[in-house]
Design a protein around this ligand. Structure first.
Ligand code: UD1
Length: 432
């Protein structure tokens, strides 16, 4: 298993180009099941998760070609025919987003058998809302031995979907099915994340009729068939925010390019409150901090978009470990998303957790140590802490990082970070 070693204390200066969003790319890839024509996705991140989903899609009948296009990495996906409607346990367990093939399979071929994903390290993460949404579109759903058997022999029908609370995955899943349902679908209390707007834009290029994505009410007029299209994956706001916090932690000045600042306003407000300088520009944002001045503690809670993203919570906590005063961080989306706390404590952080609330008492210095990555976002928070810790920090189990951050060591070392990968034994399969 690979490890990442960081020697803390170096300022970061330079430019980091941001990749396409993982959480968008994997849903866009699933959309290729909805048409027999090629879907060309540009600005594609090359990550363990996208490779993994590519393998599942191949089993279902998709031809997946990864290539370098005029604008960087792109993937061409063509599903002339769905050859299998079966997504086995091993594949769905290893990456939850694989579950999202259920809706498109059902919409395209009227049946699917997809494993339930089960829980994961950050919480129980049920899929009841996904299944209710598909039922509202007329699907017959049966659960046996850990599998969802879904059927809609005469096709899906438009319907009313009222989400009792906001779910990104369920909103995307419903969208991926409703575009080919007969008649109108109205979703209320839909998630408003930029990745949903991105998916809707791509589906519309494919001939779908989706209106209102990015707001809490989405209306879909079903169409009979979708066509191929070319779509650029939107920039990764979580990667953007993560490097913004890395720069804030290490000090220095980093320009984040090929991205957008408008979908990070909540994070930017919190960074400014903490004493970080953030200058938005056309192509992204510049983050500046004088490392001789201490950051200030701030209070925040995670919320659905446009609130503070749960996927940035661990990184912000790492930043607060060195802030002056006590910061309070409340996690409201997932019940078990503080696994980074004991690892940050190994570096000398002082954090007390009670239920969904963490109180971080800022310390003057962190000290490098061996730490363990537990999930994708938690592991990058350890890298951020390591950038400012005295001495060497070694992050073990970095396959979690490889799921969601493209060329992380390369991007950080180009800005002066002392970070390197230590190659180890072959990695286990990805696991969320
Ligand atoms: C997605 C993102 C993840 C991000 C999260 C919240 C991907 C691959 N993952 O995850 O990175 O942290 O949004 O922004 O895009 N829930 C139910 N029943 C359901 C579905 C969800 O109870 O059927 C609950 C979940 O357990 C959780 C909450 O709803 O407590 C929000 O989950 P959701 O927004 O669905 O997150 P994901 O789509 O799984």
């Amino acid at each position: 298993m690979d490890r990442i070693a960081i020697i803390g204390g170096a300022r970061l200066t330079g430019e980091i180009p941001i990749s396409g969003a993982k959480n968008s790319a994997i849903k866009l890839m699933a959309a290729s099941l909805l048409t027999d024509e090629p879907l060309r996705l540009t600005n594609m991140p090359r990550l363990a998760d996208t490779r993994f989903l590519g393998r599942l899609l191949q089993r279902l009948g998709t031809e997946v070609i990864e290539r370098d296009g005029p604008d960087g990495a792109e993937t061409l996906l063509t599903t002339r025919e769905v050859v299998s409607g079966f997504a086995p346990y091993d594949l769905v367990r290893q990456m939850r987003a694989s579950f999202n093939v259920l809706g498109p399979l059902l919409a395209r071929s009227g049946q699917a058998k997809v494993s339930l994903p089960g829980g994961c390290t950050i919480g129980a993460r049920p899929v009841d809302l996904h299944l209710k949404a598909l039922e509202a579109l007329g699907a017959r759903i049966d659960l046996h031995e850990g599998y969802v058997y879904a059927q809609a022999p005469r096709g899906l029908k438009g319907g009313q979907i009222e989400f009792p609370f906001v779910s990104v995955g369920a909103t995307e899943h419903a969208l991926l099915a409703a575009v080919l349902a007969e008649g109108q679908t109205v979703m209320t209390n839909a998630a408003c994340e930029p990745e949903i707007t991105d998916l809707a834009e791509c589906l519309n290029k494919m001939g779908a009729k989706v209106a209102g994505a990015g707001t809490s009410t989405i209306r879909i007029e079903g169409v009979r068939r979708l066509t191929g299209a070319t779509h650029a994956v939107l920039p990764d706001r979580i990667e953007t925010g993560t490097y913004a916090m890395a720069a804030a932690m290490a000090g220095g000045e980093v320009r984040l390019t090929r991205t957008r600042s408008d979908f990070l306003t909540t994070l930017i407000d919190k960074l400014v409150e903490a004493g970080v300088e953030v200058v938005p520009h056309n192509d992204g944002l510049t983050v500046r901090r004088d490392p001789s001045r201490r950051l200030k503690a701030v209070e925040l809670e995670t919320d659905p978009y446009p609130g503070f993203a749960t996927d940035l919570q661990a990184q912000f906590m790492a930043l607060m470990t060195l802030a002056e005063g006590e910061s309070v961080i409340r996690e409201t989306i997932f019940e078990n998303r503080f696994m980074h706390v004991p690892e940050l404590a190994r570096l000398g952080a002082e954090i007390a957790v009670q239920g969904g609330e963490a109180r971080v008492r800022g310390v003057e210095t962190l000290e490098g140590a061996q730490v363990m990555a537990t999930d994708l976002r938690a592991s990058v928070s350890l890298v951020i802490a390591g950038l400012a810790a005295r001495g060497e920090t070694v992050v073990n189990r970095v396959y979690h990082l490889d799921r969601g951050f493209e060329r992380l060591e390369e991007k950080l070392s180009a800005c002066g970070a002392q970070i390197r990968r230590i190659k180890g034994e072959p990695e286990p399969q990805v696991e969320e």
